[in-house]
Write a protein that binds this ligand. Sequence first.
Ligand SMILES: [Zn+2]
Length: 215
Amino acid sequence: MTDTHEAAQALVTAGKRLVDAGLSPGSSGNISARAGDDILLSPTGSALDRLDPDGLTVLRLDGALIKGPRPSKEYPLHLAFYRRSTQTAAVVHVHSPYAAAASLLPAWRPHSALPPLTPYFVMRVGQAPLIPYAAPGDADQARLIERHEMAFRAVLLQNHGPVTSGRTVEEAVDATIELEEASRLAILTAGQRVNVLTAEQARSLAEQYGSPWEV
Ligand SMILES: [Zn+2]
């Protein structure tokens, strides 16, 4: 069980990392971490690089507000990932430029919006399906993610942006950064003939690093 104080501090550090990396344009995005039965979430309208560890929103898995300010309306996305897996200890959702741009493109395959362009994308993110568009905070979209039968630790919300999860806050942030990088490559090479990793290469990496990837 992660200590509440430790989880809050990890979120403060993660928020700064995301802003420093340019992944939270206009103070957008929301991040969360699990601490026992509670979910700590950045409050609505908060700048991710100025989070107060004692002023975070605390929710239960059923969405009940335990304490703190009102959560972002996008909180159902976070709860969907925690409900999918007890292994999920953190969720990051941002509107980062390249991943948002990649969310406008047709999905590469049903199991992943992006192809296996680099080994690190397969290792740190794994397959990330494109989830059909819905307005921010849509409960049905969150339910779709929660009940999706495919294995994944990240998704790309169509015309919106990425949601990544991790077994630690650092892992979820690393996945966000890696997904942004893979999206950047996809945008830079859109319309060009590119070599992607073969199915066998992707499968072998996924197996070795324990990441979800169907071939
Ligand atoms: Zn959003």
